[in-house]
Every structure is written in C-alpha cells, then in structure tokens.
Design a protein around this ligand. Structure first.
Ligand SMILES: NC(=O)c1ccc[n+]([C@@H]2O[C@H](COP(=O)([O-])OP(=O)(O)OC[C@H]3O[C@@H](n4cnc5c(N)ncnc54)[C@H](O)[C@@H]3O)[C@@H](O)[C@H]2O)c1
Length: 255
C-alpha cells in the first residue's frame, strides 16, 4: 500500500523542516521529486542526497519564490523538464512571525498573506491543469492549528492559513470528478526551523500544552503526506487534517 512508484512530486518550501521530510518520504515510496525553495542551495543539496540514495528515481533542486508568479512559472517548467510533470503538488512554503495587530505594518500583513495564500494559489494554478488532463492528481496544502484555533500575535499567519482552508474546501469540489484530490495538513507544533525563532520559554510552554507531551516529528508529517499522495487516498478530498498530539491552544502561553 501507499506506493508512489512512477509518480512525480513537486514541493514548494521543500528545503524546510517539513519539506525535507516529505521529500524523503515520497522518495522512499518510489516517487521522483523536485524540491523547490527560495533557498536554491538547500533544495539542490536535498535533491543530491536523495539521488544518491535512490538512483533509479529522478530528483532536482529548483529555485522558486512562491510570491512571484513569474518565478513559479519558471520553477514549475524547470521541475517538469528535470523530473517530469508533477502528479503531486505539495505547497509547504511558509514563514513565521509573532506580531500583535496593534503594531503590525501593512507590509508585514501583505507579505504573510503573499507567502501563504498567494503562494498556495500560484502553486495550484501552475500545476493542476496537467493533473486534470491525466485524470490523476494530488494537491497537498499547508494550514495550521493557528487557523483552526486562533493564536494571539499570529493573526496575519492565521488569516493566511484560514484562506488556505477555504481554498481547499472549495477548489477540491471543482476537480473531484477529475481524479484530483485537494487536502490541507494543519499541523500542531512540529520540530522544525520554523519554531526556532520562538522567544525563550515559549517552546517549553507549548510542549506543556500538548497532551502527547512532545512536538511532532517531521517524519510523521512525511508519512501523512505520502498517504495523501497515494492511490489509497483517492476518496479523501476537501479535508483539513490536523496532526497535533491533541494540542488545544491555551492562554497560559503568555499570549
Ligand atoms: N513546523 C510547524 O510546527 C508547523 C506548524 C503548522 C504549520 N506549519 C506549516 O507547514 C509548512 C512548512 O513549515 P516548516 O516547519 O517546514 O517551515 P520551515 O521554516 O522549516 O520551512 C519553510 C520553507 O519555506 C521557504 N520559503 C519561505 N518563503 C518562501 C517563498 N516566498 N517562496 C518559496 N519558499 C519560501 C523557506 O526557505 C523554508 O525552506 C509551512 O506552511 C508552515 O506554515 C508548520
């Protein structure tokens, strides 16, 4: 079960903590993978490591800024040339920031929405048509518990993720009859560089708020993404799935 042999995946934000784990999980299941990121050196390094480990599959590192349509167009074209047209699009590019609305600049607001909401739209828009033509496709977006539960000082981040949730629910219905599924993973707190900028004490407070008693592992997100990308998940669409160790946002986090 869950084989991805013969499939091609394109990841945005692929050099991040979760992107790297998902690229590894897809490769393990037999897929060819294009790892795209704003940081091309890191994505090329990841692709190189996977190519060494899985010589029968194709891998490429691609430079892509998901807030810029020309960059997304060029990145998808480069990925397609290197590894083939994506059957699976994973839209995981993201940034984090703690900022109260009372002191947030319009530029901060716009950039957060650009990375998460525009970036998800552009990633979908530039990969989905060949999936529809082939009658098979998987779109995996990234939401967050910030959207599902609300987090103070992350209203811009949560708003972007809430937009992703609504996009997933509606768009999934447009392509459900074309063999294309569209879902979002809405993680709780997962060990990744995204959380490394947290102020002192926050990680400890967050960990105490997770009934499972720990942050999630990136490999756990990789396994879920591999399942969502598989043939076996064909009937699962329009869903926001939250691996979060039972986390429920608490006030005592200092927010
Ligand atoms: N790690 C968590 O705890 C967590 C929780 C909830 C949601 N998420 C979401 O999961 C996704 C992946 O998160 P992560 O933990 O891997 O974060 P990360 O910071 O490790 O990786 C994010 C990647 O996105 C890239 N990126 C940033 N801006 C970009 C842009 N404009 N164009 C292209 N790439 C860009 C970064 O270079 C980085 O490699 C994000 O959407 C994040 O919001 C993560």
């Amino acid at each position: 079960m869950f084989s991805l042999e013969g499939r091609t995946a394109l990841l945005t934000g692929g050099a991040g903590g979760l992107g790297r784990a998902m690229a590894a999980a897809f490769a393990e299941q037999g897929a060819s993978v294009a790892v795209s990121d704003l940081r091309p050196g890191a994505s090329t390094e990841i692709a190189g490591e996977l190519a060494e480990r899985y010589p029968a599959q194709a891998f490429a590192g691609v430079s892509m800024d998901v807030t810029d349509e020309a960059s997304v167009t060029a990145g998808v074209a480069e990925a397609t040339k290197a590894v083939g047209s994506p059957d699976i699009a994973v839209l995981a590019a993201g940034i984090g920031e703690l900022q109260p609305i009372a002191t947030m600049s319009f530029q901060q607001w716009r950039h957060m929405l650009a990375v998460h909401l525009d970036g998800t739209f552009l990633g979908i828009r530039h990969t989905v048509n060949p999936m529809i033509e082939r009658g098979w496709g998987r779109v995996i977006c990234f939401s967050s518990v910030a959207s599902l539960q609300g987090v103070a000082r992350q209203a811009h981040y949560a708003a972007g993720k809430g937009g992703v949730d609504a996009l997933v629910r509606s768009f999934s219905r447009e392509v459900a009859a074309d063999g294309v599924t569209v879902n979002a993973i809405a993680p709780g707190y997962i060990e990744s560089p995204l959380n490394e900028l947290a102020p002192p004490g926050r990680i400890e407070a967050l960990t105490e708020s997770v009934p499972a008693g720990r942050f999630g592992y990136p490999s756990e997100i990789g396994a879920l993404a591999a399942y969502l990308a598989s043939d076996e998940a064909a009937y699962l669409t329009g869903q926001i799935i939250s691996p979060n160790g039972g986390f429920k946002y608490c006030h005592h986090l200092g927010d």
